[in-house]
Design a protein around this ligand. Structure first.
Ligand code: KG4
Ligand code: ZN
Length: 365
């Protein structure tokens, strides 16, 4: 039997300073011993978006305390840790340097293995931390910096099936929210405003709906929303709610259509799969209307939908520790982890070159 392992995971690729301790038992049991996330939202709110230099400085200030809190909550000292994992990309270079350097320093000082982790792999494997999801499965990753559909075939085996050709979905939510004068971060605020709005008041495009390739596009929708809002300015509270609801309906309907295509393509690649599964991850996965639309698309295609809890969907250290544990168990480790340089761009798949765009647009890319 394999031995139990406990990993400290560090995440600093964007505007969350996060650390977590996760244990994989000898019997395969998974336990999140702690999962501390310090959100820098307040530091960036005045600017309406993530400012890379402010983010890097905030990581430097907060990371020690966040790691200490993660160890305290787990009831451990570094003596109880078997390896240190840190996000090494993709993301904002300043934050990546802070997290990876700190991880390297701790690992060197304690004589522990260091595991540099791809942030997207963290999202991709996160459902296996909380549920028994077997390979292969289809992943929809929707965050502020990424919008991709990936076939997760195994640890380190990813096939990108679709990407956005312009904005990320979270970015589209954030920009639309900004246009409507809603507070930062826009996604949750827009969802809240949309609750009281009429999703049918404005006729907005469902970009790429019906296209064969399951790619995404949101910039045309963003422009249509701007035109609709400008035409009725100044906006009353009711107008804001109606624009928000109409945007959310258009965006989720477009996503559900793209996902339905991808489900069909995935079923073609893996005919006869016993329990086909769609997993949704990334910050936008918290959106209830989106979850509803995905549940419907999955059910229609005969797929189960797994949506990890919001705290594991958004950026966190537990998914980084878990990706490291998966790699350790599978024996898929970097040859020279201490020489590994942070990578602002680091595509998940080496298999599929995107036809259009990289799916890594936006401030968080
Ligand atoms: O994964 P995440 O925490 O950070 C990265 O981008 O990596 O995702 C943050 C994004 C932001 O764009 C935020 O506005 C969006 O997720 N978001 C939402 C909701 N909650 C967060 N978008 C729509 N509805 C939500 N409830
Ligand atoms: Zn992320």
């Amino acid at each position: 039997m394999a031995k139990a392992r406990t990993v400290l995971g560090i995440e600093t690729s964007c505007d969350e300073t996060a650390a977590a301790v996760v244990r994989l038992g000898a019997d395969g049991a998974r336990t999140i011993l702690s999962n501390i996330v310090f959100s820098q939202i307040e530091a960036h709110a005045a600017f309406g978006g993530v400012v890379p230099e402010i983010a890097a400085r905030a990581h430097v200030e907060k990371l020690d305390g966040v790691i200490r809190a993660a160890l305290d909550e787990a009831g451990l000292t570094l003596d109880g840790i078997d390896a240190i994992a840190a996000t090494a990309g993709p993301g904002l270079i300043g934050g990546l340097i802070v997290g990876l350097t700190e991880a390297r320093a701790i690992a060197m000082a304690r004589g522990l293995p260091l595991v540099p982790v791809n942030h997207l792999e963290g999202h991709a494997l996160s459902p296996r931390l909380i549920a028994d999801v077997a390979f292969p499965y289809l992943l929809l990753l929707v965050s502020g910096g990424h919008t991709q559909i990936v076939a997760v075939e195994g640890v380190g085996q990813y096939r990108r099936m679709a990407s956005t050709i312009d904005d990320a979905l979270g970015e589209a939510f954030d920009k639309t929210a900004k246009l409507l004068g809603l507070p930062y971060p826009g996604g949750p605020a827009l969802e809240m405003a949309a609750k009281h709005g009429d999703p049918a008041r404005f006729t907005l495009p469902r970009p790429l709906k019906g296209e064969k390739r399951p790619d995404f596009s949101f910039s045309g929708l963003k422009t249509a929303v701007r035109q609709a809002a400008t035409a009725i300015a100044p906006l009353s509270e009711r107008d804001v709610a109606d624009v928000a609801a109409s945007f959310q309906a258009a965006a989720t309907e477009a996503v559900a259509d793209r996902v339905a295509r991808a489900l069909a393509a995935f079923a073609d690649i893996h005919p006869g799969l016993m329990a086909p599964t769609l997993v949704v991850a990334g910050g936008v996965a918290a959106n209830e209307r989106l979850r509803g639309a995905l549940a419907k698309a999955a059910a229609t295609a005969g797929f189960a939908l797994v949506a990890p809890p919001a705290k594991l969907c958004a950026d966190n250290g537990a998914m980084i520790a878990w990706a490291a544990l998966e790699r350790m168990r599978a024996g898929c480790l970097e040859d020279d982890p201490f020489g590994f340089e942070p990578r602002p761009r680091w595509p998940l798949d080496s298999v599929t070159a995107p036809l259009y765009g990289s799916g890594r647009k936006g401030a968080k890319a």
